[in-house]
Design a protein around this ligand. Structure first.
Ligand code: PMT
Length: 220
C-alpha cells in the first residue's frame, strides 16, 4: 500500500519534447521521450495527488486517472502551464521544451533551389517557462531539471537560483544510461537550502519517487 502523502495536493507535471515548426512538413525537436515526466505523473498519482500532465508529443499513455493536456510547441506549453499552474501545489518541469524556435514559419514547404547549397534558418528564443513560474509561484513548490553535458552542477546551481526553483534534478545527459529516452536515470538533487544528494542509477519510476520525497518537504 503506497503512502498517500500527496492526498489533497494538485501536482502539475510537464513532460516530453516540443516541436517547433519550420514549414508544413518539418520541425525542430529533441530526444526527450516523456518517460521521466510520465513516471513522475504515475508516482504522484499513486501517492494520492490529483495530477495534471502537460505533455509534448510522445506515444506514451497517460497514467490512469491523470488529466492530460497535449501541446506541440514551447509557446503552447508555456500557455498551458500559465493557464493551469494557479491551482497547483507542486509544479515539476520534466519536459525538454525547445530553447529556440524558427523566427519565421514558412507557410509553404521550403523548396530546394538549383545552385543554392546552403539554407540559413534564423531562430529566436522561446519563453522560459520555469523562469516565468519562478517569478509568480508564491508558496507553490517548483522543481526543475537540468540537462547538461558539461560543468553540470555549476550550471544547475545557477539555474536553481536564477529561476527561483526549490529543487533541481540534475541529469548528466552525456551518459548512455541516464537522461533522454532510456528507462533509467542518475540524478543529483540540489535544493534551495544548498543540500546536494547524489542518487544511484535507478529506474525513472524510482527517481520520480525520490524527487517527490524531496518536494514534499517543501510543501506548505
Ligand atoms: O523525456 P525523457 O526521455 O524521459 O528524458 C528526460 C529528460 C532528460 C528530458 C528530463 O530528465 C530533463 O532533464 N528535462 C529537462 C530538459 C531541459 O530542457 O533542460 P534544460 O537544462 O535545457 O532546462 C532547464 C529547466 O528549464 C527544465 O526544467 C526545463 O523544463 C525548463 N525550461 C527549458 C526551456 C524553456 N523554454 N522553458 C523551460 O521551462
Amino acid at each position: 500500500e503506497t503512502r498517500q502523502d500527496l492526498e489533497g495536493r494538485m501536482v502539475l507535471i510537464t513532460a516530453g519534447p516540443t516541436r517547433e515548426a519550420i514549414d508544413p512538413v518539418r520541425f525542430l525537436s529533441n530526444r526527450s521521450s516523456g518517460k521521466m515526466g510520465y513516471a513522475l505523473a504515475a508516482a504522484a498519482k499513486a501517492r494520492g495527488a490529483q495530477v495534471l500532465l502537460i505533455s509534448g508529443p510522445t506515444p506514451l499513455q497517460a497514467p490512469a486517472g491523470c488529466q492530460k493536456i497535449d501541446v506541440l510547441s514551447a509557446k503552447e506549453m508555456y500557455d498551458a502551464v500559465m493557464d493551469h499552474y494557479a491551482l497547483s501545489d507542486l509544479i515539476i518541469k520534466a519536459a525538454a521544451p525547445a530553447d529556440f524556435t524558427p523566427k519565421r514559419y514558412a507557410a509553404q514547404k521550403i523548396k530546394k533551389v538549383p545552385g543554392q547549397d546552403e539554407l540559413v534558418l534564423e531562430l529566436e528564443k522561446t519563453p522560459d517557462i520555469a523562469a516565468a513560474l519562478g517569478a509568480v509561484k508564491g508558496e507553490r513548490v517548483l522543481v526543475g531539471f537540468a540537462a547538461e553535458t558539461q560543468e553540470v552542477l555549476q550550471h544547475a546551481k545557477e539555474k536553481l537560483r536564477d529561476k527561483n526553483m526549490d529543487i533541481i534534478a540534475v541529469n548528466d545527459v552525456s551518459q548512455p544510461d541516464a537522461g533522454f529516452d532510456v528507462d533509467t536515470n542518475r540524478i543529483v538533487l540540489l535544493n534551495r537550502d544548498g543540500e546536494e544528494k547524489a542518487l544511484p542509477l535507478l529506474s525513472k519510476r524510482e527517481v520520480a519517487d525520490r524527487i517527490l520525497d524531496e518536494a514534499i518537504r517543501y510543501l506548505a
